[in-house]
Write a protein that binds this ligand. Sequence first.
Ligand code: PHE
Length: 342
Amino acid sequence: ARVAALEAAASATTLDELKAARTTHQGDRSALAQANREIGALPPSAKAAAGKLVGGARGAVAAAYARRQRELEDERDARILAEESLDLTMPSGRPGLGARHPLSLVSERIEDIFIAMGWEIADGPEVESEWLTFDALNLGPDHPARQMQDTFFVAPAESSGLVLRTHTSPVQIRSMLSRTPPIAILCPGKVFRTDDLDATHSPVFHQFEGLVVDRGISMAHLKGSLDAFVQRLFGGHIATRLRPSYFPFTEPSAEIDCQCWVCYGQDISCRVCGGFGWIELGGCGMVNRRVLTAAGIDAEVYTGFAFGLGIERALMLRHNVNDMRDITEGDVRFSRQFGMEI
Ligand code: PHE
């Protein structure tokens, strides 16, 4: 048994083989373990000699297995070192160039248009107070439109007083609270609603909010600013039109349509407007005097206008993107199609 065990250790060429041999020759059921157990049954006169014999064999076998284990481990380590060695002087492959996301490109383009008109870029948190998101915007706790906002509440829902902002309009309030008129700000940013992701919806999307407050501001200033904006974004002959609508924070309120820049309403197979000629871009209106007052602006002296437009929709229409998920997934091959400019 001793010889067989030693031979098995010597002939094991991998750590796995050695492990198997160890179980056979050193384990509980091996011949040596068996012999060790039988010593107890021998006549007292034979015990000492047998114990010496078996013990010596077991010691020699254990030492042989430990030695072989070290040898095989050293071989394995040497092999791994050789296989994984790197020539640090080899020229490396160039990493693939990334691409800027089209949402960033359009946002910057839009910001530039307003900066050129003398507006400032404003910012606000995405986790926003309920008061700024709703109450200060004349969406009181019982206002029916408050439920329509499909809001993500920050836990615990009833008491944290925080939501993921459902629109960029709370930045209007922040701007009015922190500045004095004349105010002309643009706030681009992420907004959140409890929609499932599909071809036309996403629970996270982007808007930009515009706000102007000064003495004597009227709907004409609103219309003029929107026209100037779409002409710079889509082309010189594009006009906007305002359709009466309702928002709690503006009065009067309107939907903003812009003319189809592809067919101007001339082509019923137009992929952008379907021949309708107009494309809905967002909402706007004169800032409700209750909102001015809530934000500490004297509504007897100042008036203002505000608008909110969705960025994804404009991007999808302008660049023939048919599926919202292309925008949200972040596949660099999608982004690369837009180059560095939009
Ligand atoms: N906050 C509105 C929305 O998200 C858009 C809007 C902004 C309308 C400003 C009027 C004035 O739907």
